[in-house]
Design a protein around this ligand. Structure first.
Ligand code: PEP
Ligand code: MN
Length: 264
């Protein structure tokens, strides 16, 4: 299989306009859960760039649990992402939720994100594999490592060599945390695949207080990077405020990550 370590012995390094994912230095993607307004996004982008992140994250199409929750700003949100990222020297990673919006999302984003809920949407995986952009594949809520690898295989089989895994927690019997962050997945993916893997401690825990320790642990475990939710005013966030860091919290986490990475 194309994803397997047997197929390719050396680690894949993905170059996104000069930013290397899977190289010697961990990368950080950060920003709000959802793009809410230009002001919110610009404030987020400025803060995460200043703290040392390489990517701006933010959803313009949000796969919300309830249809009555904020669904995102769609193409208007994509435009804002591009503008805020460019103004701060950042790359853009954002989710694509269906086939018909792939081309539009790909025209603004540097990395296309497949969300946990779409990890086994095989038609979407195939088409995103033909979009000509790197793809970040989040682990499904109940997906085994094998199912996750097969999902990546769907993308690669369409000609895309640049797939990044993202561990974002899985559903278990535990309810204290939003999901159970499976850091052993980092080691498992490193054994089984040559592709890079990043960790999402925000969705992985659902709790702001737990983002820092899990971010540190992920880097120590060998993750190639992190994706972290940061909001200038988490208390008024339209989604995932409880797990979003303030810019000040994020700066501290970035300093910790650098310290841990320097020990590896
Ligand atoms: C997200 O990163 O915005 C998101 C919706 O995450 P997940 O697909 O992991 O739930
Ligand atoms: Mn979120």
């Amino acid at each position: 299989k194309l994803v397997s370590r047997e197929f390719k012995r050396n680690n894949t390094v993905i170059n996104v306009g000069g930013v290397e994912i899977g190289g010697s230095k961990p990368i950080v993607m950060a920003g709000p859960c959802a793009v809410e307004s230009m002001e919110q996004l610009m404030e987020s982008a400025t803060a995460v760039a200043k703290a040392g992140a390489q990517f701006l994250r933010g959803g313009a199409f949000k796969p919300r649990t309830s249809p009555y929750d904020f669904q995102g700003l769609a193409e208007q949100g994509l435009k804002m992402l591009r503008e805020a990222a460019d103004a701060n020297g950042l790359k853009v990673v954002t989710e694509v939720v269906d086939q018909r919006s792939i081309e539009t999302v790909a025209s603004y984003a540097d990395v296309l994100q497949i969300g946990a809920r779409n990890m086994q949407n095989f038609q979407l995986l195939k088409e995103v594999g033909r979009a000509g952009k790197p793809v970040m594949l989040k682990r499904g809520l109940c997906a085994t490592i094998k199912e996750w690898l097969n999902a990546a295989e769907y993308i690669m089989s369409e000609g895309c060599d640049d797939v990044i895994f993202c561990e974002r927690g899985i559903r278990t019997y535990e309810t204290y945390t939003r999901n159970t962050l499976d850091l052993s997945a980092v080691a498992a993916i490193k054994e089984l695949s040559h592709l890079p893997i990043v960790v999402d401690p925000s969705h992985g825990t659902g709790r702001r207080s737990m983002v820092r320790p899990m971010a540190i642990a992920a880097i120590a475990a060998g993750a190639d990077g992190l994706i972290i939710e940061v909001h200038p005013h988490p208390e008024v966030a339209l989604s995932d405020g409880e797990q979003s860091l303030t810019p000040a919290d994020f700066e501290e986490v970035m300093a910790d990550i650098k310290r841990v990475a320097s020990l590896l």
